[in-house]
Ligand binder design. Structure first.
Ligand code: ADP
Length: 274
């Protein structure tokens, strides 16, 4: 990106164009169990495109499982998930819903990017290749196109000068910013953020959250975020969902949820973390 490019202009083109206000994610009666442990219990919720939704709630209440289901790192035992109007783990065939084939899952999942708690960069690849690998192999971009996209994103996350380094040569905060750039390089419609600052030293947290605030403010990408950073959640969220034992017990705009929640359980949780 040249020095005179308006960063906001570049940011706007990061996400695949969503249709405004359209429902981008829908969970319908989703149940997930691990053995006897019912982690999600007939969960219904939806996220409209362009919105930033934060999932809060005690540890073990099922928040990460929701993101993992969306990434197809886990599959629901019951119920259905739709992304962009398409079933994620099912296909409609002859008027019936059947488990989806791999190709279908891959197509729908292309719309979803995720940033993990532990960065999960490829340790044997330099920063540039970490970002270009999937756009080239999955989306079929040319090496030049992928590199140009990577350079724009590295500028966005403030890491241009680290393009030729290996992940092990970067701080945790820098690695996490590469991971954000890597997820965005696929131009997903939705970005899933799973406690992305919880593995970082405290002094590195603000830099990562600032990058995410910028992305939330200046792009139309949809965000689904699990975080314990309540100040961040308050800043970026359109809606906050409070989870307890695998169900949404309360939801609302951040001003209401953080200042005047209805449920005693939400009040208890917030007074413990705020
Ligand atoms: P949260 O993100 O709200 O802390 P999680 O979604 O990570 O909650 O976990 C919800 C519950 O599911 C926890 O009790 C956890 O131990 C359990 N769980 C998550 N993943 C697995 C797994 N792969 N195998 C068995 N239990 C799991």
């Amino acid at each position: 990106m040249s020095a005179d490019t308006d960063p906001a202009q570049t940011l706007e083109s990061l996400a695949n164009p969503p249709v405004d206000g359209r429902e981008l994610i829908r969970f319908d009666q989703v149940t997930k169990r691990f053995g006897d442990n019912t982690v999600l219990d007939r969960l219904d919720f939806s996220v409209d495109s362009g919105k930033h939704v934060t999932l809060i709630g005690p540890s073990g209440s099922g928040k990460t499982t929701i993101l993992r289901l969306l990434m197809t790192l886990a599959t629901p035992d019951e119920g259905t998930i739709k992304v962009g109007g398409e079933y994620l783990t099912h296909e409609e065939r002859g008027g019936r819903l059947v488990p989806a084939g791999e190709k279908h899952v891959r197509e729908v999942r292309k719309n979803i990017g995720m940033v993990f708690q532990q960065f999960n960069l490829f340790p044997n690849m330099k920063v540039l290749r970490n970002i270009t690998e999937a756009p080239v192999t999955v989306l079929g971009l040319s090496a030049d196109e992928a590199e140009q996209r990577a350079r724009e994103l590295l500028e966005l996350v403030g890491l241009t000068e680290h393009i030729d380094k290996y992940p092990s040569q970067l701080s945790g905060g820098q690695q996490q910013r590469v991971a954000i750039a890597r997820a965005l390089a696929m131009r997903p419609q939705v970005l899933l953020l799973d406690e992305v600052t919880s593995a970082l030293d405290p002094e590195l947290v603000a830099g990562v959250l600032d990058v995410l605030r910028d992305i939330a403010r200046t792009t139309d990408i949809t965000m689904l975020c699990v975080t314990h950073e309540m100040g961040f959640a308050r800043d970026i969220s359109d809606q906050v969902l409070m989870f307890d034992s695998g169900r949404v017990i309360e939801s609302g705009p951040p001003e209401k949820m953080f200042s005047d929640p209805e449920q005693e359980r939400t009040r208890e949780f917030l007074s413990a973390v705020l």
